[in-house]
Design a protein around this ligand. Structure first.
Ligand SMILES: NC(=O)CC[C@H](N)C(=O)O
Length: 373
């Protein structure tokens, strides 16, 4: 069955349906990861977006119950070159097509994703519509232009948990799968603010020795401090960090009181809480092969990333310095507070999908908490 993708600037791509049928809208972004479509589909940070994978063959490894990063699919549309229904993997329990159908996510396959990616790279990420019911170019372009801009959108509040919960699952291993870790063996008490947190971040924290309590995005700072944590963690999440002013106010209350570690949206919110600004990038970075330098050690790590906004370093003045830099586009990849045990990164040290080069950052957070006990 025919499917069409129309972009707000008038470019139209034709393909075939897969997954759910109907119509979907969102900001179209490209992801350069070669594997890990399942983690991409369940990453809450993709809410409001439609993702095209630059890797050509998608679906080959099917879907398994273990590689999910949250309990649902968040992106609104999935765009691939060649969908493969005949999957093969020892853990797979269903096909990608069936999974998208079951979760109502509209897909399109068989279009030139290379041309689409080059278009987004040259013209910038932009809103679009995938349709299997309307093929009229004029009507589709109108629909794409009616989608609200990602800049200014608070999407994190809608994906955060409703009430606090405790997390004790550690990192996966081949023999035993995901272990349940005895909380008595976990030395550092961490309050993790959930703006759309990925499971593997929680697992990395537990495996690094943290006893994690996950709290909603606007959980009062006073209540978090009353738990007497060793550190505060700020998670990834969808949308623009700027409208989340209540959250920035909460973060400010931890500065000077507790060690803080932020990832992606958490990093951007920390930058704003410290008095800085964020900017929307032309097409951002989404993938698992992006080079970054740690300014402290000058080591280069290959990282997983998924962001459309970035912190403006100059706006932070003397408060914080550059902790990490993206070696492709020189964007601010991390900040470090000049005098307090506070740091954050734009990339994803938990990977999922991606290389494990940046796992050491969880150890750095634990060291900070140890020094500040
Ligand atoms: N992965 C994330 O946390 C994304 C942060 C933010 N939504 C951005 O696009 O920049």
């Amino acid at each position: 069955m025919k499917a069409v993708l129309a972009l707000a600037d008038g470019r139209i791509f034709s393909g075939k349906t897969f997954g759910a049928t109907g119509e979907a809208t969102g900001e179209v972004v490209f992801n350069t990861a070669m594997t890990g479509y399942q983690e991409v589909l369940t990453d809450p940070s993709y809410k409001g977006q439609m993702v095209t994978m630059t890797y050509t063959q998608i679906g080959n490894t099917g879907i398994n119950p273990e590689d999910i990063e949250s309990n649902q699919l968040f992106l609104s549309g999935f765009i691939v070159k060649e969908y493969h229904d005949n999957y093969s993997n020892w853990r797979a329990s269903m096909s990608l097509d069936a999974y998208l159908k079951e979760n109502g996510v509209v897909g399109i396959q068989g279009l030139d994703t290379r041309a689409l990616t080059r278009h987004l790279r040259d013209k910038g990420a932009q809103n679009g519509v995938i349709s299997t019911i309307d093929f009229d170019p004029e009507s589709l372009i109108k629909k794409a232009n009616a989608v609200p801009s990602m800049a200014g959108l608070d999407l994190a509040s809608g994906v955060s948990c409703q009430k606090p919960y405790h997390w004790t699952e550690g990192l996966w291993d081949l023999e035993g799968g995901y272990p349940q870790v005895d909380p008595a063996s976990l030395r550092y008490k961490v309050v993790a603010y959930d703006f759309g947190i990925k499971y593997n971040i929680l697992r990395c924290l537990v495996s690094a020795g943290c006893d994690v309590t996950v709290v909603p995005a606007t959980f009062p700072a006073e209540e978090a401090l009353a738990m007497n944590p060793d550190g505060i963690f700020l998670s990834n999440g969808p949308g623009d960090p700027e409208p989340l002013t209540e959250v920035q106010e909460i973060i400010r209350k931890f500065v000077g009181k507790k060690p803080i570690f932020g990832i992606c949206l958490g990093h951007q919110l920390l930058g704003l809480a410290l008095g800085g600004k964020t900017v929307k990038l032309k097409f951002g970075n989404h993938g698992s092969n992006l080079p970054v330098m740690d300014m402290e050690t000058k080591m280069v790590e290959i990282t997983a990333q998924n962001h459309g906004f970035a912190v403006d370093l100059d706006s932070l003045g003397e408060v914080a310095c550059l902790g990490h830099v993206n070696l492709n586009d020189q964007t601010v990849e991390g900040i470090r507070h000049c005098s307090l045990p506070i740091f954050s990164v734009q990339h994803h040290p938990e990977a999922s999908p991606g290389p494990h080069d940046s796992h050491y950052l969880f150890g750095r957070f634990v060291e900070m908490m140890e020094k500040n006990r």
